[in-house]
Design a protein around this ligand. Sequence first.
Ligand code: SAH
Ligand code: SF4
Length: 365
Amino acid sequence: MTDAALLADMRLPLLGLDMAALEAEVERLQLPRFRARQLWRWVWRHGITDFSDMTDLGKPVQQLFAGRFHADRPAVSRRQKSLDGTIKWLLKMADGQEAEMVYIPEEDRGTLCISSQVGCTLNCSFCHTGTQRLVRNLEIDEICGQILLAMDELGDWPAGKPDRRLTNIVLMGMGEPLYNYDNVRDALKIIMSGEGIGLSRRRVTLSTSGIVPEIHRCGADLGVNLAISLHAVTDTLRDKLVPINRKYNLEMLVDAVRQYPGLSNARRVTWEYVMLDGVNDSLSDAKKLVHMIRGIPSKINLIPFNPWPGTDYSCSDDQTIDQFAKIVMKAGYASPVRTPRGRDILAACGQLKSDSVRLRASQRQ
Ligand code: SAH
Ligand code: SF4
């Protein structure tokens, strides 16, 4: 869309409205409230974007809605499929900014990894996304739009059908979800609403580098699964790897997780730990790790570091990862090493970064 067309388009994005907001809009159009529920079902249950396909609305209502709303998804700039079936999309928002999304098929589930921001302000030293300069929050409709786009492409309508390919959502793409908390919360509430997609909160996992006050809010408002990007067990090292640690240190972080509501053996928090050669992968690190989280129902995810162009880090060797994993397993945590997926298309953890920005950077050189 050109800038002029964008300005001329005063239609509201339906994907950014919750039911109450939609009802208010429908009443503003002088229509009865039940029209909002009909519209909602077409959009969230059936994935319909063309108002003329909404067969229980008369022509005049269809036209009224078409002039007032749209249900557009982000545009796709590029789509790549890995040899292992992983799909990565580079998505373009209406203002031209880009973010990435990844679908990971497994035997018993299909997980969509979505972005919450364009780029990330946090600059964790081992993360590719953190090196991207352009940063902005994604809007509610841009967060929901990622999920609907994936469902379109995976043939997952109507929502909730038994053989659906998208079963789980993780907020582990670009951005720090708890730095865009309000939009992430509102988008997840829409996605989890029973009248729409109805995804259970047990199938949603939010990963954070540790924004402590928002961890509390997230627990109270959403109760989704929590994953913590830990990566270090001393403040000195974590200050370097995950700089937000200077504001919310390990003690505050572990405390916040301990208080997260609903944790049990059936619902554990995930500790993500990237294996960096000679940096955080010693046996004493492993012992400190299991000691630090003692008493918290936990899973530990050892993530082999995924290299990206220009990084100084490398991945720990297999033997070191094995030994680290053994200590973790001895403490009672099952098979903790995560197999990287979609490495051939740079879709694995921490490799996400809009190609457009990469291109500009390489042009600069
Ligand atoms: N900002 C959030 C969510 C996105 S990152 C967070 O940091 O939790 C998703 C996961 O990938 C995080 O655990 C992150 O630390 C990890 N990660 C980042 N860069 C990585 C890399 N190069 N290799 C492996 N994992 C990486
Ligand atoms: Fe941001 Fe997460 Fe990457 Fe850190 S690891 S820079 S918080 S996306």
